[in-house]
Design a protein around this ligand. Structure first.
Ligand SMILES: CC(C)(COP(=O)(O)OP(=O)(O)OC[C@H]1O[C@@H](n2cnc3c(N)ncnc32)[C@H](O)[C@@H]1OP(=O)(O)O)[C@@H](O)C(=O)NCCC(=O)NCCS
Length: 182
């Protein structure tokens, strides 16, 4: 994944009603391994990676790059939200004409279904709208991934197209701070 554009990093932690969005820290490593090893989290993402491989490969401070936020609930990581650069170098299906950043989100299953995904992503999109005003954000997700589809809709993403990839129907949507209440 290519890094996001020229943004100051890490930003001051973003506080929402229940969460803190912040850059990653060494203390998050175990939660990252849980997240990447989780079969539930990777149902629509090509399957999890083996835990022993993750224990060896995950860096001491995972995800330390511009646009990569840890979702912190009461001092513990429950997931991550990231914005990566979306351009001709991006893997998979792209529409470089549509957006310069791509949103991704992963939350530990024990924290699903309580609105944390929506709360965290809305805060990150709000940060992005201030950091790089007028820049659109794209999102790719499997249409079978109902939770993710609902989240995309709730955040204000609108459908651009659907396409087949990895043997499944994929949804491609766009969000803009200009056209969305954010
Ligand atoms: C997608 C994901 C981040 C959502 O996190 P979350 O904290 O559960 O999200 P929210 O609680 O904000 O809920 C999002 C929507 O899903 C709905 N939802 C909850 N459980 C659901 C279920 N079993 N089936 C369908 N929708 C469901 C919620 O009701 C909400 O929609 P609503 O507000 O319109 O009711 C989380 O499920 C996840 O990490 N999934 C695995 C990773 C993944 O697939 N990421 C997408 C790659 S881009």
């Amino acid at each position: 994944m290519t890094e996001l554009g020229p943004v100051a990093w890490p930003p001051a932690p973003i506080r929402t009603e229940r969460l803190v969005l912040r850059g990653s820290e060494a203390g998050d490593r175990a939660a990252f391994v849980e997240l990447f090893a989780s079969p539930e989290v990777h149902t629509y993402l090509g399957g999890p990676r083996p835990r022993d491989e993750l224990e060896r490969m995950v860096p001491a401070v995972p995800g330390r790059r511009p646009g990569f936020f840890v979702i912190d609930l009461d001092g513990a990581m429950i997931g991550m939200v990231k914005l990566d650069r979306h351009d001709a170098e991006s893997p998979g299906h792209i529409r470089p004409d549509l957006g310069e950043a791509e949103l991704g989100y992963l939350i530990l299953p024990s924290a699903w279904g309580r609105g944390y995904g929506a709360e965290a992503c809305a805060a990150v999109l709000g940060w992005f709208a201030d950091a790089l005003p007028g820049t659109s954000v794209v999102l790719r997700t499997q249409t079978a991934n109902e939770r993710s589809m609902r989240l995309a809709e709730k955040l204000g993403f609108t459908e651009v197209e659907r396409f087949e990839d990895f043997g499944a129907e994929q949804w491609f949507g766009v969000w803009s701070s200009v056209t969305s209440s954010g």
